[in-house]
Write a new protein. Structure first.
Length: 131
């Protein structure tokens, strides 16, 4: 039997420190690794609190082509889905920390959800699944 899991997703950002400040500051993610590589490259891994699911590998854009992808990695759609066990708590905390939601929370058949953008333009769903 084969066992596999998705453990890292690369997220192209314009600056490591600005990305760490937003994800670890405003969203409360944990900085798992921050190691220097050759040149100005770094291996920066962050994950949501609780450590469930995949982590993000923050990848600084290395050239103009990569820079053009910042904020558009999902073609303008919501590309990242942050699951929570308490939507109201996290929505209030994020709003207090300056996270801007594109919409009011809404209740769907699958749960409570609201879309926000990170400072780089990526669209995220904050979602609490229906029980």
């Amino acid at each position: 039997m084969t066992t596999q899991s998705l453990f890292l997703v690369a997220l192209v950002v314009p600056d490591y420190d600005a990305a760490i400040a937003f994800y670890c500051g405003a969203l409360g993610f944990t900085l798992v690794e921050d190691n220097g590589l050759e040149g100005d490259k770094r291996w920066v891994v962050i994950r949501p609190p609780g450590g469930e699911g995949a982590s993000l590998l923050l990848a600084k854009a290395a050239d103009e082509e990569q820079a053009r992808a910042i904020g558009m990695q999902a073609g303008g759609r919501v590309g990242f889905f942050l699951k929570t066990d308490d939507f109201a708590r996290d929505h209030a905390a994020y709003t207090a920390r300056g996270v801007v939601f594109e919409e009011a929370p809404r209740h769907e058949v699958y749960g409570t959800v609201a879309v926000f953008r990170d400072p780089f333009g990526n669209r995220w769903d904050l979602i609490q699944h229906a029980i």
